[in-house]
Design a binder for this molecule. Structure first.
Ligand SMILES: *Cc1c(COP(=O)(O)O)cnc(C)c1O
Length: 371
């Protein structure tokens, strides 16, 4: 065996992650779906004060059950639904990635299956691998929607312990209709259906949240994050809403005191500024719709987006286009099905820079050749 003696199935695997390049070298960064707008001075001051308060008791372990934060998250979510979401229905961790890993630790594992429909979020198979859960990927149709009969049959055949459904989906931006979620919750039996709403706040008018379905399906889990619409990617705070018994079960696998006192305090302070932090969401949605229209007018293939990014193509050599944009100071993401590229929605200036660079790249050489 070679050194270090890593598990054989992990040997030689590159760690997940988009390139992180210095902002002074690449001024326009549209690759990881961050909110381009930072907090106000007032919000920064509140966060600093909350962190200072937490610092006074750093000799003590934090509240393991983070009751204050769960209460604040529950009331934040309750604004989005007709009924009420209670603190015992809420769980949180360091990013929704950790929430979903914990779900797989508790509800996946050897002899169990996790299922999603490709193209889907590229971290899901990694949670499955890391928890020794069997991974099955069904497929989406050419327009990235789900054929519900095919999806239902696959669920009945595979009987997954966990189904992972990003909605809006990353990398395609497509939201799932509520009847699709209902059909899959019923087909799953006692298996969990996790609707990953990392981009939920960006959905177009009239597209409902899966939170509305929580009272109907006890096996439904809805995950959210402060990383995207909430402009808190650096905070590392993700959360879920589900039946209290599901939250209870996760407590068995979480590490002791997994949410630091500083994280809890800063997240609480940021939630106190929710209206401000979310105030750019409408602008970003409008900017997204304008981007979709512009790309269509340039004859690109494009998936309808309910998120803060757009998948567009198709290129004969997408890597050359990605590189050409990077050479012009615009970083986007080479991801999704072959031939497609994904661009996050930034400020109006950043989008102007992206459009100008894309026109240059596709007109100056053969890079822009469409597939
Ligand atoms: C960005 C993203 C998340 C959020 O990850 P965090 O760990 O909360 O930062 C979750 N799911 C999908 C599909 C995403 O694209």
């Amino acid at each position: 065996m070679s050194f270090p003696p890593i598990r054989p199935e992990l040997a030689g695997i590159e760690p997940y992650g988009a390139p992180q390049l210095p902002i002074d070298r690449v001024p326009v960064q549209l690759n990881v779906n961050e909110n381009p707008y930072g907090p106000s001075e007032e919000c920064i001051a509140d966060i600093a004060a909350a962190a200072a308060d937490a610092a006074r008791t750093l000799n003590r372990y934090p509240d393991r059950e983070f009751v204050a934060l769960r209460t604040a998250l529950a009331s934040y979510l309750s604004r989005d639904v007709a009924g009420e979401i209670t603190p015992d229905q809420v769980w949180a961790a360091n990013g929704s990635n950790e929430v979903m890993l914990q779900l797989l630790q508790a509800f996946g594992g050897p002899g169990r299956t996790a299922l999603s429909f490709a193209p889907t979020y590229s971290m899901y198979p990694e949670y499955a691998r890391d928890t020794h859960t069997r991974w099955v990927a069904g497929r989406r149709e050419d327009d990235f929607s789900l054929d519900l009969d095919v999806a239902r049959d696959l669920v009945k055949t595979e009987q997954p312990g966990v189904i992972l459904l990003p909605s809006p989906n990353n990398p395609t931006g497509t939201a799932l209709p509520p009847d699709a979620i209902g059909v899959l919750c019923e087909a799953a039996g006692d298996g969990l259906v996790v609707v990953d709403e990392a981009y939920g706040e960006f959905r177009r008018a009239g597209v409902p949240s899966a939170l509305e379905l929580l009272p109907t399906y006890r096996n439904l889990v809805v995950t959210r994050t402060m990383s995207k619409a909430f402009a808190g990617a650096g905070l590392r705070l993700g959360y879920l809403a589900a039946d209290p018994a599901i939250c209870d079960a996760i407590r068995v696998v979480r590490l002791p005191y997994h949410l630091s006192a500083v994280t809890q305090a800063v997240a609480l302070a940021a939630l106190g500024h929710a209206p401000e932090l979310l105030s750019k969401v409408d602008e970003l949605r409008a900017e997204r719709d304008a981007l979709v229209d512009w790309l269509r007018s340039e004859s690109y293939d494009i998936a309808d987006s309910d998120a803060n990014f757009v998948l567009f193509g198709r290129f004969a050599d997408r890597h050359a286009v990605w590189q050409g944009l990077l050479d012009r100071g615009v970083l986007i993401r080479e991801t999704g099905p072959d031939g497609w590229l994904r661009v996050s929605v930034g400020t109006p200036d950043e989008m102007a820079a992206f459009r100008a660079a894309l026109i240059e790249v596709t007109q100056s050489d053969v890079n822009g050749e469409r597939a």
